[in-house]
Design a protein around this ligand. Structure first.
Ligand code: MD3
Ligand code: FE
Length: 204
């Protein structure tokens, strides 16, 4: 495991979940059998390129009415699958490593990127308490993460996120613009052409 500071309050923990990666992919499989990955539509009417699902007490959704967290999956009209203990424990440990004690995520967003899929620069502002950090886990094909500033026009820095990497963002970096470059065609033995990202948040 190696550590790279990418902002005053943000750290990449490279390989932090490398030894749990296959267990995490099995859990993603279990969750997405119950709440399938799907492309959602933004309030502006665009279809997101990444497919997504959630587990935990609530899930992040977007549709014509806006962005929000909600307790039921709009596709199944059932509660989201529970958050597996391994995922919440790893997120808590990663946050603890970075100086954020007592992080207890209630939401795990699962993003799935196919070749060519990316995520444009945006801020995460749908959570109640911006003092809580965000933890993300990357699995499968590598992607370039773009880390901008507090204004959309600030030029982003680019970091490669690979299978088993974890990033913790908090404090003064919490509202920085960020995105994912369109995924390059590549192959990973555990995921094929796909990249999965688990984003853990305390939304409530
Ligand atoms: C940086 N996901 O779901 S990691 C998202 O890899 C999202 O799927 C990307 O951005 C992905 O919203 C990036 C997660 C992430 C989340 C929140 C952040 C990075 C962040 C907040 C501030 C800075
Ligand atoms: Fe985001």
């Amino acid at each position: 495991m190696s550590r790279q500071n990418i902002g005053p309050d943000s750290v990449i923990l490279r390989g932090f979940v490398a030894s749990q990666a296959t267990a995490l992919l099995d859990l993603i499989e279990t969750v997405t059998r119950q709440s399938p990955l799907r492309q959602m539509t933004t309030p502006g009417g665009f279809k997101m390129k990444a497919q997504l699902s959630n587990c935990g007490q609530r899930g992040w959704v977007t549709d014509a009415k806006g962005y929000r967290y909600q307790a039921t999956d709009p596709l199944t009209e059932q509660p989201w699958p529970p958050m597996p203990d391994l995922i919440s424990a790893l997120a808590r440990d990663a946050a603890g490593e970075t100086g954020f004690a007592d992080f207890s995520p209630d939401v795990c967003l699962i993003n799935c990127y196919q070749p060519g899929a990316g995520m444009g620069l945006h801020q995460d502002k749908d959570e109640r308490d911006f003092n809580q950090p965000i933890v993300s886990i990357s699995l499968g094909v590598p992607a370039i993460f773009l880390f901008g500033g507090l204004r959309r026009k600030d030029k982003p820095d680019a970091y490669l996120l690979e299978h088993g990497d974890v990033v913790v963002w908090g404090g003064e970096d919490r509202l920085r613009f960020h995105g994912i470059r369109p995924l390059k065609l590549a192959h990973h033995p555990d995921t094929g052409q796909k990249r999965f990202n688990l984003t853990l948040r305390q939304a409530d």
